[in-house]
Design a protein around this ligand. Structure first.
Ligand code: SF4
Ligand code: SF4
Length: 83
C-alpha cells in the first residue's frame, strides 16, 4: 500500500495537473480539503486513490514498485515547492 503521510500538499497544489481542475476551488487548493485531510476521503475520486489508480490505469504500463517510486518522487517535489 502507498505510504501517504497525509501532509495534504498534493491537495493544495492541484494546478500542477489539469486532471484536477474540477476539484480546484480557484487557488489550486481542493474544495474538499479541510486542514490537511480530505473531507470526502471515503468517496474521493478514483484519481485521488493512489493504490486503486494503479490497478485502473497503470498496471499494464509498469510494476507497482515503479509506480510507487514515481509517486514518492512526485510527493518529494511537491513538498519542496512549498518549503
Ligand atoms: S503529497 Fe504525498 S504524502 Fe503528502 S498527502 Fe499527497 S500523497 Fe500524501
Ligand atoms: S478530493 Fe480529497 S484527496 Fe482528492 S484532491 Fe481533494 S482533498 Fe485531496
Amino acid at each position: 500500500m502507498f505510504n501517504c503521510d497525509k501532509c495534504g500538499k498534493c491537495c493544495r497544489n492541484l494546478k500542477l495537473s489539469e486532471m484536477f481542475t474540477d476539484l480546484d476551488r480557484g487557488d489550486g487548493v481542493c474544495k474538499y480539503l479541510q486542514g490537511n485531510l480530505c473531507s470526502i476521503y471515503e468517496e474521493r475520486p478514483l484519481k485521488c486513490r493512489v493504490d486503486d489508480s494503479y490497478f485502473a490505469f497503470f498496471k499494464d504500463l509498469m510494476s507497482i514498485e515503479e509506480y510507487y517510486h514515481l509517486n514518492y518522487e512526485m510527493c518529494n517535489i511537491i513538498k519542496k515547492l512549498e518549503e
